[in-house]
Ligand binder design. Structure first.
Ligand SMILES: Cc1cc2nc3c(=O)[nH]c(=O)nc-3n(C[C@H](O)[C@H](O)[C@H](O)COP(=O)(O)OP(=O)(O)OC[C@H]3O[C@@H](n4cnc5c(N)ncnc54)[C@H](O)[C@@H]3O)c2cc1C
Length: 335
């Protein structure tokens, strides 16, 4: 009998990545619906404190495997340990992050375990009656949303993008169980040798970690008008996001792109300026707390997801909005 909902936690140098808490929050909903327990799997070295942290954030059980070869991600020992663990404990559902780690590990595991994998899901739910995992993701070039089920094989496995869900809150009064797994040395063998680690150089734009994203679409008209977007982003202490149309036109570089083939963001404020709201764009910003959209077309799709919609011309609205914010700011500075 297969039981329980699992997440694959991720850590870097012994510190849990935020996405681990996002996965816990997502999987908690699934476990609650199934009336089952929630477990996290943590692989690394010297990470016992991180295991406790996963319990504070919602895990009932943490399966912990520690070994020097697990200190940094290496597909061979990671996949070997996970495969062994899954065969021993037989979870019903496994959710991992659509990060380099998750996107490398999960297909290996799916192939070895002869089960399905739905990558890059935007939504996960439990089907009433059957208890099956409903895995929703864009398909056919992002033109439709499909819901996929895995009725015949176990575990049911899915990845979800980082930043597509709010992390679970910390509650230090929570208790749970840490199960330490000791595995034989051959499981930690690897065909890879880590020569060093380097940060990607071109990635200077960080739209995933800011509280405000001022996003611009083709409706801005011409690249010269981007000056308003830059001013707004500065006044609001935010970063600049862009639709694919703007990136394709070469008005902003790719690291600004939000959406299915760009980044996923979940800021407190997403200000969409001249963006139509195509399904592929929405896939990257739906997790935003407050969405304000400015568009001259009252039927634009973006208004369907906006909390506040302003119908009008950007060339008139943006200069006035900037003036207003500048006035507010200078008043605030004067006390
Ligand atoms: C496989 C695939 C992946 C994709 N991935 C992405 C992705 O990651 N991100 C993404 O964004 N798109 C993606 N797309 C493209 C997507 O389908 C849309 O084409 C794109 O999002 C449109 O960008 P836009 O809203 O800036 O432009 P448009 O659709 O041209 O919309 C411009 C909007 O501006 C408004 N407007 C025009 N002038 C003004 C004005 N003066 N004042 C106010 N409003 C004005 C118009 O009413 C319109 O709504 C993808 C498509 C495919 C097929």
């Amino acid at each position: 009998m297969d039981r329980g909902v699992w997440i694959i936690a991720e850590q870097w140098n012994g510190k849990l990545k935020r996405v681990s808490f996002e996965l816990l929050a997502r999987a908690q909903r699934l476990a609650d619906k199934l009336g089952d327990h929630l477990s996290a799997v943590l692989l690394g070295y010297h990470i016992k404190r991180a295991a406790q942290e996963l319990i504070y954030h919602g895990a009932d059980v943490v399966y912990l495997v520690e070994h020097p070869r697990l200190f940094q991600f290496d597909p061979d020992p990671y996949a070997n340990c996970l495969e062994r663990l899954i065969r021993e404990e037989r979870p019903e559902i496994i959710v991992a992050a659509a990060t380099t780690t998750g996107r490398t590990l999960m297909p290996i595991l799916a192939a070895r375990l002869h089960t399905g994998l739905t990558a890059d899901c935007t939504d996960l739910d439990i089907e009433e009656g059957t208890g099956l995992l409903l895995q929703t993701r864009p398909a056919i070039g992002g033109n439709v949303m499909v819901t996929i089920k895995t009725p015949n094989h176990r575990p049911q496995m899915a990845t979800v993008r980082p930043r597509s869900y709010k992390p679970s809150p910390r509650d230090s009064s929570r208790s749970g169980e840490v199960i330490v797994k000791d595995y034989p040395d051959e499981l930690f063998a690897s065909r890879f040798k880590l020569l060093g680690l380097e940060r990607p150089r071109e990635e200077t734009v960080n739209i995933e970690d800011t509280e405000v994203v001022v996003a611009v679409g083709k409706g801005i008209g011409k690249p010269e008008n981007l000056k308003w977007i830059r001013e707004l982003a500065e006044l609001l202490d935010g970063a600049i996001g862009a639709s694919r149309a703007v990136v394709d036109l070469g008005w902003l570089p790719y690291p600004h792109q939000v959406g299915l083939s760009g980044k996923t963001v979940s800021p407190r404020l997403y200000l969409a300026c001249g963006i139509s709201g195509a399904i592929q764009h929405l896939a990257g910003m739906r997790g935003s707390e407050l969405v304000i959209a400015i568009n001259k077309d009252p039927r634009a799709q973006i208004f369907k997801v906006a909390d506040l919609g302003v119908i009008g011309d950007l060339t008139e609205i943006l200069p006035r909005l900037i003036q207003r914010l500048q006035r507010l700011k200078s008043k605030g500075e004067k006390g």
